[in-house]
Design a protein around this ligand. Structure first.
Ligand code: ZN
Length: 229
C-alpha cells in the first residue's frame, strides 16, 4: 500500500513484511523516504484506553500512554500500530491539524472516537464536519468472533446492528460501528474513506494478531507535508 491524500495531509498504512522489522516504524520510514518526504514520527504506548496525547515533537521511550495522538506540526507523522485493531486517521481542512487513533474493541466500546473529536474541538475549535477521515485495514465482521457476553454488551450500548451471528458464534463489526460513531458526532459521509481490507482474510498483505502474528504490526500514520500540496 502506498501513500494517499487525506484533505491537506498525507496518510499511509504499511503492509506486511516478513520477518517483522526490529523497529516497527522502519517500514513507515522507508515508505516516506521513497516518496522524498521528510518526516519525524510520534507514536504512543497504546493501552486500549481513551486518552489523547498532543505531540509537538518526535516521541521517545517511554512513549506516552494513550490511544489517540494529535499534532499541528508539519513533517511530524503521528502513527498508531495495529494488527486487527482499527487505525483511524484524521486531518482537518482549515486549521491543519492531524490525528491518529488506535481503536480495538475496548476503545470503541468506551468511545475513543469521541475523546479524540472532543480534544480537537476543545484545543483547536475543529468541528467534526471539517475533518477528513480514513479507516485503515482491520479485522472485519467476517472474522471478528467475540464472546456472547461481549456481543451483548455492544448490542446494549451501541445497537444490535453491529453484532451478527455466523455458525453459532457472535461476530462484531468494529469498522461499521466506528463509522457510525463518526457520523453521529458530525463527520460528513463523503469525507470518510475506507482504506484496506480485513486483516485476517488478507493476512498475506497485512499482519493479523488473530491470525497468529504476535509481533508484526502495521503502521498507520498521517502528517502535514513540509511544503503546500
Ligand atoms: Zn475477514
Amino acid at each position: 500500500m502506498s501513500l494517499y491524500t487525506l484533505g491537506p495531509a498525507i496518510a499511509f498504512t504499511t503492509t506486511r513484511r516478513d520477518p517483522p522489522s526490529f523497529d516497527p516504524l522502519d517500514p513507515a520510514r522507508w515508505l516516506l523516504a521513497k516518496a522524498s518526504l521528510k518526516a519525524e514520527f510520534a507514536r504512543l504506548e497504546q493501552v486500549h484506553g481513551t486518552e489523547v496525547y498532543f505531540a509537538q515533537r518526535a516521541t521517545e521511550t517511554p512513549y506516552p500512554k494513550a490511544d489517540a495522538i494529535v499534532t499541528n506540526r508539519r513533517s511530524l507523522a503521528v502513527v498508531v500500530l495495529t494488527a486487527d485493531c482499527v487505525p483511524i486517521l484524521l486531518a482537518d481542512e482549515k486549521s491543519r491539524v492531524v490525528a491518529a487513533i488506535h481503536a480495538g474493541w475496548r476503545g470503541v466500546y468506551n468511545n475513543v472516537v469521541r475523546s479524540a473529536l472532543s480534544h480537537l474541538y476543545n484545543r483547536f475549535g475543529i468541528q467534526p464536519k471539517e475533518l477528513h477521515v480514513a479507516l485503515g485495514p482491520s479485522i472485519g465482521s467476517c472474522c471478528y468472533e467475540v464472546s456472547d457476553e461481549l456481543a451483548t454488551n455492544f448490542s446494549e450500548r451501541w445497537g444490535a446492528e453491529y453484532v451478527s451471528e455466523k455458525e453459532g458464534k457472535s461476530h462484531l463489526d468494529l469498522p461499521g460501528l466506528i463509522t457510525d460513531q463518526l457520523f453521529r458526532y458530525g463527520v460528513e459521509f463523503h469525507r470518510v474513506q475506507k482504506r484496506g481490507q480485513c486483516t485476517l482474510c488478507h493476512q498475506k498483505r497485512y499482519f493479523s494478531y488473530r491470525g497468529g502474528d504476535e509481533r508484526g504490526r502495521l503502521v498507520s500514520g498521517v502528517m502535514l507535508p513540509e511544503a503546500q500540496l
